[in-house]
Ligand binder design. Sequence first.
Ligand code: HEC
Length: 200
Amino acid sequence: MRWFFLILFAVAVMFAVGIGPRGEKFSKPPLYVFNDMDWQDKLKFQKPSEFFENGQGARKPVANTVPIGYTFPTSPDSAPAESEYFLNGTFGDYYGDGMPAEVTVDNALLQRGQERYQIFCTPCHGTSGNGQGIVSKYWAIPPTANLLDPRVVAMPDGQIFWTITHGKGLMGPYNGAIPAADRWAITAYVRAMQAAGGSK
Ligand code: HEC
C-alpha cells in the first residue's frame, strides 16, 4: 500500500510538471493534455482545399444574394448598378421621384409585396402596418414605427425603399435578405396599406 501511494505521488508530480504550471512563459510549446480550442482547422486566403469538390478554398457568392455591407446586385443579369432602381435614396437626402422606371405597379407586384411584407415586416410593424406587431407586445422601447403615420405617408417612395435596404435604429438592413425587386414590391404594398388607411 505504501508503494502504491509513493508511485501515485510520483506520477502526480510528473503529470503536473509535464503539463506545466499555467501562466508561466516557456520557450517550447507546452504538452497539451486538453487542447481546448487552441488548434482548429482553418483555411488561409487563396489556398486550395480538398473539402470542396472543385478544390477551390475560396467560395463564390451565392447567386441572387448580396453580402452584408453591399447594396448592389451581384448577378450580372440584373439592371446596371447606376440605375435609380438600386441607388434610390443613397445620395444624401435625394430619394428619387416616385417609383423608378423599372417598376410597374400592378396587381401582381402588390400581391408579391403583400406576401413579402407578411414574411419580413409583420412581426414588428403588424399586418396592417400600424406598428402593433407581436414584437410590440414584448419589446416596446423604442416603439416600432407606425407605417400609417402621416410622417411615413409623407416620405418619398425611395425613402421607404432606403429604410428597407439599410434599416433604421433597431430595424436591421434587409438588402441581404430581400432582393431589390422585392424591396420595391414591399414599398408599393406599404403605399397600398397607407392608401387603405389600415385598421387598428
Ligand atoms: C425587428 C423589427 C422590425 C422589422 C422586422 C421591420 N422593422 Fe421597420 N422599423 C422597426 C423599428 C423599431 C423602427 C423605428 C426605427 C427608428 O425610428 O429608430 C422601424 C421603422 C420603419 C420605417 C420608418 C422609418 C423612419 O424613417 O421613420 C419604415 C418605413 C419601416 N420600418 C419599414 C419596414 C419594412 C417595409 C419592413 C419589412 C421589410 C420592416 N420595416 C421590418 C422595426 C422593424
